[in-house]
Design a protein around this ligand. Structure first.
Ligand SMILES: *[C@@H]1O[C@H](CO)[C@@H](O)[C@H](O)[C@H]1NC(C)=O
Ligand SMILES: *[C@@H]1O[C@H](CO)[C@@H](O)[C@H](O)[C@H]1NC(C)=O
Ligand SMILES: *[C@@H]1O[C@H](CO)[C@@H](O)[C@H](O)[C@H]1NC(C)=O
Ligand SMILES: *[C@@H]1O[C@H](CO)[C@@H](O)[C@H](O)[C@H]1NC(C)=O
Ligand SMILES: *[C@@H]1O[C@H](CO)[C@@H](O)[C@H](O)[C@H]1NC(C)=O
Length: 696
């Protein structure tokens, strides 16, 4: 970073000139001289022609009453308090020593210029309250201790530069910081454990951050973290939350990578042990554990809408490019002719959304919405306005073609208010496409742990009762309808529970147990195999679904993200252990989601009863678990009683319960499930994170 010779000369001259003044005035050189020194550190300072020492002014301060105007110099009480130098096409560097001679300086704006090089040492200006340095070319990293002395700093805008490295943990020492805008830089690494205590406004989107957003940051909605390819707003296994480490740059990295490998290896061993009992010998495909090794079907992303273009393109770029960074490639570059390759078309198994073919899908605007255990998923809006989700399922080769087709017809014919059957499928020997109706609100997982927006607010106690009973009804129906299945649902988790506009839950991705390969690699595509008996080596069974339902009920009541959904046990809460021990010790109140407890304290008894049902479902011994029919009956009963309690309470208050009124408004507002929404609605309305839709 050596400055060009002429600038070096300037700096040397300026420094030499400044020295005597600094000594004489104890760091406070005359204001005019300091400004001239500052100007000298800029290149192309023609816009500052008013910064000059005239014969008339002499070295009088620009803040003196009769001084000529110095462009952008803000005075108060005869002292320089601010510099407003934004949008002046200034270049070069900023001489912080010169700025240090203004003891009353509180605010500097150098935004929208062409400054480059490392961030100036503004941390020496301890009294500064605002720094606006947006949209320049500053590069390099923020020094680790940058925030150590900035206890007065309220506003820091560094967006739109080329800053890299991690966001220093010292940020928490900026105790007055209200606004922190770091978007559109190249920051890497994980977020610090907590934001500064007073922070009101944050934006870190458009960087290369990774990991899971720490809980303490989640008071800011997901959009503030968008555009970081490997940053997950909540712990999830439907998105990769860590950059693949190809270049190992330090011993710390080595340790991290090694630890990760070790954990994966242990998990693999456990799964191999657990699920290999009745299996034909199979290749261990450890890469599939990541759930992300898919090549995107280029034909699906060829017409990405403007709102989703960036993500589609980068999603594509990550897999096609070698570096995963900066390598963007036009999504239309290569179009596979799928139908000519496979010679097949879509087979409709459910006509509730009308009939369509592969050609309609290929012409549709499409958006990648995620990648999970089953494979990748895309949202496609066809020309007739119908929006569907297309899931590319790998590892669905257990059944013969005839058996697969018969099974799909059977699943497509399932009709229940709480089930989302497939609409169509496309069969190829190496992969299958499954088409579902698109449900705009997204999954229970997202509504509970995602942006925590309006839908989360609407998910009050009566609404959670509705979800609980709907899920139980759907599951019980499946257990009757698919009683001959090894495990009737097989994949019951909040990511696969979609919420209709009226919050009626819709179970998706059920009934695949006879189709999914019986191999260790499919562990992640069948959540039921996480039930303790399966981990202990016993085969999956209908009781495994009961366990999964228990986890969903606990998640719904506690509002916590269950570790059971992750294969790396990083993040989340072990809900099963927590709930079981809290119930045993009489601390059930601790379990309840504070978000509902605040307004619905009177319902605590009903909440506890529902938790008891959940705890019985997650009993480690499957023999001791109730069967699904019994669970559903108990949930029905508890929910009916709980809704009666709510009604009673509302009548006592003369129907004036604000909490229930707002949820009613939400019902009305969102309208009918049949409404087809335009592409990008989901991503623009709620940020564009993969876990917002049920995948897997
Ligand atoms: C210098 O600044 C002037 C306006 O102040 C602008 O028109 C010009 O493009 C700038 N040149 C460079 C090289 O920054
Ligand atoms: C910005 O600064 C760079 C050198 O740092 C220079 O090459 C470029 O011309 C400048 N651009 C403008 C618009 O001033
Ligand atoms: C950060 O950017 C600087 C200058 O652009 C570069 O020299 C350095 O290698 C970068 N550091 C990292 C960790 O990418
Ligand atoms: C904070 O200020 C003190 C006193 O001036 C100084 O010794 C220390 O190095 C500064 N810390 C940082 C991180 O700049
Ligand atoms: C956050 O930054 C991104 C990128 O600069 C911008 O598009 C978005 O509007 C910002 N969000 C808010 C709420 O300021």
């Amino acid at each position: 970073m050596a400055p060009p010779p002429h600038r070096l000369l300037l700096v040397v001259v300026a420094a030499a000139a400044a020295l005597p003044a600094a000594i004489v005035a104890e760091g406070n050189m005359p204001v005019t001289e300091a400004l001239m020194q500052l100007k000298k550190s800029f290149t192309n300072s023609s816009s500052l022609s008013s910064w000059l020492i005239t014969d008339k002014d002499g070295d009088k301060s620009p803040c003196a009453p009769d001084s000529h105007e110095w462009h952008g110099v803000v005075c108060s009480g005869g002292r320089v308090t601010g510099l407003r130098l934004s949008g002046l096409e200034l270049g070069g560097t900023i001489d912080v020593n010169a700025l240090a001679s203004f003891p009353r300086l509180r605010s500097v704006s150098f935004a929208r210029n062409n400054f480059s090089g490392p961030l100036p040492a503004f941390h020496q200006l301890k009294a500064l309250k605002s720094m606006y340095l947006s949209n320049n070319q500053f590069s390099g990293s923020i020094p680790e201790g940058f925030f150590g002395n900035l206890s007065h700093l309220k506003k820091l805008w560094l967006n739109g530069n080329q800053l890299n490295g991690s966001i220093p943990a010292s940020i928490t020492q900026a105790t007055s910081l209200l606004e922190l805008h770091l978007d559109r830089n190249a920051f890497t690494g994980e977020l610090p454990p907590a934001p500064p205590p007073a922070l009101k406004s944050l934006n870190v989107s458009g960087n290369d951050l990774e990991g899971v957003v720490p809980e303490a940051f989640r008071k800011f909605d997901a959009s503030r973290f968008a555009g970081n390819e490997y940053l997950c707003y909540v712990p999830t296994n439907t998105k990769q939350c860590k950059r693949e480490q190809t270049v190992v740059s330090s011993s710390v990295r080595v340790a991290v990578v090694f630890a990760t490998l070790l954990v994966s290896a242990v998990v693999m061993v456990i799964i191999l042990r657990a699920c290999s009992s009745s299996q034909p010998s199979s290749r261990a495909r450890s890469l599939d554990m990541e759930g992300l090794e898919e090549k995107p079907p280029v034909y699906m992303v060829k017409q990405a809408s403007t709102t989703s273009q960036k993500r589609s393109a980068s999603w594509l770029g990550r897999r096609i490019g070698s570096s995963g960074l900066g390598h963007r490639r036009s999504a239309s570059a290569k179009v596979d002719d799928l139908s000519s390759r496979s010679g097949g078309d879509l087979v409709m198994v459910n006509n509730s959304k009308g009939a369509f073919g592969l050609a309609d899908l290929m012409k549709a605007a499409a958006e990648v919405i995620g990648s999970g255990g089953l494979g990748s998923a895309y949202k496609a809006v066809m020309a007739n306005g119908v929006a569907v989700v297309v899931k590319r399922a790998r590892d669905m080769n257990r059944a013969t073609k005839d058996a697969f087709e018969a099974e799909m017809r059977r699943l497509g014919a399932v009709r229940h208010a709480n089930l989302l059957p497939p609409l169509a499928y496309h069969y190829r020997s190496d992969e299958k496409l499954l088409v579902y109706e698109y449900i705009p609100k997204g999954s229970l997982l997202y509504v509970l742990h995602g942006d925590r927006g309006m839908d989360y607010a609407a998910l009050d106690w009566p609404m959670r009762l509705k979800v609980a009973v709907g899920v139980a009804r759907g599951a019980a129906f499946l257990h009757a309808e698919l009683a001959d299945h090894e495990v009737p649902h097989g994949n019951l988790k909040s990511a696969n529970i979609l919420l209709a506009p009226d919050f009626e839950p819709l179970l998706a991705d059920f009934g695949f147990s006879g189709l999914i390969n019986h191999a260790p690699s499919t562990q992640s595509s069948m959540f039921a195999r996480c039930a303790p008996e399966c981990v202990a080596g016993h085969p999956v069974s209908a009781k495994s679904d009961v366990y999964c339902l228990g986890v969903v009920l606990l998640e719904l009541l506690t509002g916590k993200f269950p570790t059971q959904y992750l294969h790396n046990a990083k993040g989340g809460t072990d809900l099963v252990m927590w709930a079981t021990s809290a119930m045993a010790d009489g601390f059930e109140r601790d379990l309840l989601d504070p978000a509902i407890m605040a307004k619905w304290k009177f319902a605590q008894q009903d909440m506890t009863r529902l938790i008891q049902v959940a705890v019985d479902c997650v009993e480690a011994d499957p023999e001791k678990r109730p069967d699904m029919k019994e669970v559903a009956a108990r949930v029905e009963e508890v929910v009916a009683a709980a809704l009666a309690t709510v009604r009673e309470r509302q009548e006592e208050r003369g129907g004036e319960d604000p909490a229930s009124r707002s949820s009613h408004a939400e019902y009305v507002r969102t309208g009918s499930i049949q409404r087809v929404t335009s592409i990008g609605e989901r991503s623009s309305r709620r940020g564009s994170d993969d876990y917002s839709y049920g995948i897997s």
